[in-house]
Design a protein around this ligand. Structure first.
Ligand SMILES: [Zn+2]
Length: 232
């Protein structure tokens, strides 16, 4: 994926998603190919790349919510604090509500803390398969921050699946706004991330986040129906 201000590169993988998403992908890929996202498939995926993608994802997700908040919710939008990357294997990892931030995971720490953070190893592991991973994680955790800002009656009992839905609404909504460009393989990477890591990482733990297919269908619902589709 590429934000309008950032140059990112992508490789093509195997299509996995449904017709609707692929149709959306085709449209935005065309837009990207027409000048906003120069392709450089051989570029090395180094630390600079991942840090740039992380900054880009924060920019895109925050801007989406700042732009659209009042279409869905009352009150003013305020972004969560971004604590950023931490090393969960260290004994002095930062804390949320008194507990050290979890190893190989990402989280939103609910108010009054109100911050987003991720283990750098979790980001790097997923990033090896593509940059869409960091967009997915940040959009999902930001979705929890949205949940913390809206009336409780709007919260789904499945808060994790609702956060996936909001992630889909955010990323595809940002693409519609022209601030994010899906490149070849991005939607496949997201599908693969939700499937392949299902057993590998706490972030995709079935017991709290839902099965891979539930997560993918929640993400797709947001992608197709937008923010409103996450509150039915
Ligand atoms: Zn979550």
């Amino acid at each position: 994926m590429a934000a309008s201000r950032w140059r990112i590169t992508r490789l093509a993988l195997v299509p996995l998603l449904t017709g609707v998403l692929i149709a959306g992908l085709t449209g935005t890929t065309t837009a990207a190919a027409s000048g906003n996202a120069p392709l450089n498939a051989s570029a090395a995926r180094n630390l600079d790349d991942i840090n740039q993608d992380i900054r880009s994802a924060q920019y895109v997700v925050n801007r989406f919510w700042a732009t659209h908040w009042s279409e869905f919710f009352s009150g003013w939008y305020s972004p969560p604090r971004v604590l950023g990357g931490y090393d969960g294997a260290r004994s002095n990892a930062p804390r949320c509500q008194g507990s050290p931030l979890p190893d190989d995971n990402a989280l939103y720490c609910w108010p009054p803390y109100d911050f987003i953070a991720w283990d750098v190893d979790l980001m790097r592991m997923g990033y090896r398969q593509g940059d869409a991973w960091v967009y997915l994680i940040i959009a999902h955790e930001w979705g929890h921050a949205v949940q913390a800002r809206i009336p409780r009656r709007l919260l789904s009992r499945r808060v994790e699946l609702q956060a996936d839905c909001l992630a889909g609404a955010t990323l595809f909504g940002a693409a519609e706004d022209g601030i994010l460009f899906f490149e070849t393989g991005d939607t496949q990477e997201i599908a693969a991330a939700l499937r392949q890591h299902a057993d590998d990482t706490p972030w995709t733990d079935v017991s709290d986040h839902g099965s891979a297919s539930q997560r993918l269908s929640a993400f797709n619902r947001g992608a197709r129906r937008g923010v409103g589709g996450c509150f039915t």
